[in-house]
Design a protein. Structure first.
Length: 172
């Protein structure tokens, strides 16, 4: 008696999981923020381009080691339809002091707590749950293609950026 119930449960559960995987991609939350160079970035204006959002902190040891890798990745896509944006909750004075010894070769947006709130997952108590560095890869349609965090994700980002650019070229 228990075996048929278990089989039915597994069957129903597998359909539920399959249905969730095929719902489609989630649209990236729009935001507007000012970079250290004074330029304003609005995500919705970047549709048609691949966008890499990296959330980081000046106090994050992993972030510190990832910056040179992200700089190289950004440089490799310099003349293509890819925009790299680094967002931090740190204020501009803290960021400016930090980048003297740790330069970024792409757009750096301090004071981005509001954007973090839009992208971070929340735990059961409503507290922010986001590991640093966190990367969100947004496709040309403005959908989140990839979410990842932690150490050494540049190879995965590179692969996915290349896939999106190749798919776009094939479609044109």
């Amino acid at each position: 008696m228990k075996l048929p119930i278990i089989i039915i449960f597994i069957f129903v559960f597998s359909f539920a999981v399959f249905a969730q995987q095929n719902r489609g991609k989630v649209m990236a939350e729009n935001f507007s923020a000012v970079a250290t160079n004074g330029k304003t970035f609005e995500l919705s204006v970047l549709k048609g381009k691949v966008v890499v959002l990296t959330f980081w902190s000046t106090k994050c040891a992993i972030c510190h080691s990832e910056i040179p890798k992200l700089n190289k990745l950004a440089e490799s896509y310099k003349n293509q339809e890819v925009v790299f944006i680094a967002l931090t909750m740190n204020n501009e004075a803290t960021v400016n002091a930090y980048i003297k010894d740790n330069p970024f070769n792409f757009n750096l947006l301090p004071n981005s707590f509001g954007v973090v709130l839009k992208y971070a997952e929340k735990d059961g108590g409503g507290r922010i749950n986001m590991g640093f560095p966190a990367h969100f890869l947004i496709n040309q349609a403005g959908e989140i293609e990839l979410k990842t965090s932690g150490f050494d994700k540049t190879a995965k980002l590179d692969s996915e950026i290349n896939r999106l650019l190749t798919a776009k070229k094939s479609a044109d």
